[in-house]
Design a protein around this ligand. Structure first.
Ligand code: AR6
Length: 174
């Protein structure tokens, strides 16, 4: 299935799963994370707390992903992943690899949940400062690679502004 690209608010997306650009605490924050927790309600935070009590007591490592309920959101699940903080990965290649991990591990969670659709925000390109063109190429390449083995998955990238969307499209020659 071809990758879809949209402008809008991820909290309104009607997909089986949406991905949250979280931080390792998994306890919420600003940007997409704040919007998802606000719109989804306390069920998401409760599920995150349970994850912190059990599987990830030290916090969710960068590049990993974990699923929770989506609470009141139209989606069924939220996949929380932690993108790299640009400039804090040791070197740039490591940052690239960690961003690809965040996409790949999120997609793996989506498959485990039995979902056939997922919507991604532009992970790490806000507060975490990853250069948007560079992030765009990594995101598109990682998802395209995944779709070779999962051709029926419907993957959408959603951007908060037409400006960010155009950066993504241009970076990928779309
Ligand atoms: N729908 C779609 N995209 C959005 C939305 C939305 N509702 N809101 C923002 N964006 P960011 P990061 C875009 O900062 O860089 C949080 O505090 C935004 O324009 O949300 O991975 C977390 O708790 C940008 O392009 O995520 C972490 O501490 C993109 O989503 C930290 O920020 C990602 O921006 C994670 O930083």
């Amino acid at each position: 299935m071809p990758i879809r690209i949209e402008t809008g608010d991820i909290t309104r997306a009607r997909a089986c799963a949406i991905v949250n650009a979280a931080n390792s605490s998994c306890m919420g924050g600003g940007g997409v994370d704040g919007a998802i927790h606000r719109a989804g309600g306390s069920a998401i935070l409760e599920a995150c707390k349970e994850i912190r009590r059990t599987k990830y007591s030290e916090g969710l490592p960068t590049g990993q992903a974990v699923a929770t309920t989506a609470g009141r959101l139209p989606a069924k699940y939220v996949i929380h992943t932690v993108g790299p903080i640009w400039g804090r990965c040791g070197d740039e290649a490591r940052c690239d690899a960690l961003l690809a991990d965040a996409y790949r591990n999120s997609l793996q969670e989506v498959v485990k949940l039995g979902c056939d659709s997922v919507v991604f925000p532009a992970i790490s390109t806000g507060v975490y400062g990853f250069p948007p063109e560079r992030a765009a190429r990594i995101a598109y390449r990682t998802v395209s690679e995944f779709l070779k083995t999962h051709p029926d998955m419907r993957v959408t990238f959603i951007f908060h502004s037409d400006h960010s969307r155009r950066i993504f499209e241009k970076a990928n020659g779309l």
